[in-house]
Design a protein around this ligand. Structure first.
Ligand code: CIR
Length: 258
């Protein structure tokens, strides 16, 4: 069984962290209804939801991806780069303990899950404004015994590594090359986002199915032209909080394996 951890949109999401976007009003009810549709997509694709309750004092807490890295037999609880996000991790750790051995990134390390791109036995980790070298080194120490390699990737111009690049199929990466260098990755194939849609590189691959935002039609066409069908979901209200599709869940197999 595939598990998806999610969390209800906070009533305070309007006070979210913003790095590259200007603040816009966020309609909490609309954000919640889009988030519910996102959760339904996950259920349609065979995920069992573990939905955490709302944290009204943690504006960014819907973005659970940043709180942990979940691998076959081990999970690493992060220490988010944004100080105001550090209280988001404990409740996620409580759930993950049921499924995996847990490790924890500690001071002076910082790491956001949005910076970790998992491809086979390699973890590409963005050295971004949120994830520092001590945090990446701690991650390396935790995962090396399980046979993972860690590659540090420079990210420039966006929040996280996965704002710039995600896996969309077997060794195929969807990429915005103005934010990350394609030579950093050992991939079979790359699909470039349409330049008019800079935020279009974040797609959520669940098994063989790709979940994709409604509002990047030109990049979607590029995916479809390469034979990659998508299931769309509208997360426009969450995008105002600088969130994307992968950010809103932690997806993993219930039964761990190395
Ligand atoms: C933040 O700045 O931390 C949130 N407003 C957005 C986090 C998005 N998370 C992600 O891309 N993994």
């Amino acid at each position: 069984m595939r598990i998806a951890i999610t969390r209800e949109v906070s009533s305070s999401i309007g006070q979210c962290e913003l790095t590259h976007l200007s603040r816009q009003d966020i309609d909490v009810d609309l954000a919640r209804s889009q988030h519910a549709q996102y959760e339904h997509r996950l259920i349609d694709l065979g995920c069992k939801l573990r939905r955490l309750s709302e944290e009204s004092n943690l504006p960014d807490s819907v973005f659970v991806e940043d709180t942990a890295i979940v691998l076959g037999d081990v999970a690493v609880i992060t220490r988010p780069g944004a100080i105001l996000r550090r209280n988001e991790t404990q409740s996620v750790a409580e759930v993950l303990k049921e499924y995996r051995t847990i490790h924890q990134i500690v001071d002076p390390g910082t790491l956001d899950g949005g910076d970790v791109l998992h491809v086979g036995r390699t973890l590409y980790v963005g050295n971004s404004i949120r994830s520092n070298i001590p945090g990446i080194k701690q991650l390396l120490e935790f995962v090396t015994p399980y046979g993972y390699k860690v590659e540090v990737v420079k990210v420039d111009g966006c929040l996280h590594l996965k704002s710039a690049v995600t896996l969309v199929g077997d060794e195929t990466l969807l990429i915005n090359r103005s934010w990350v260098d394609a030579n950093s990755f050992d991939a079979r194939d790359f699909i470039d986002i349409d330049p008019s849609e800079p935020y279009a590189a974040n797609a959520l691959l669940i098994g063989e199915e790709l979940v994709y935002p409604t509002n990047y039609p030109l990049t979607r066409l590029r995916l479809e032209n390469k034979g990659i069908g998508v299931r769309v979901v509208d997360v426009s209200e969450l995008q105002k909080a600088e969130g994307a599709l992968t950010c809103c869940s932690l997806i993993f197999e219930e039964e761990g394996q190395v």
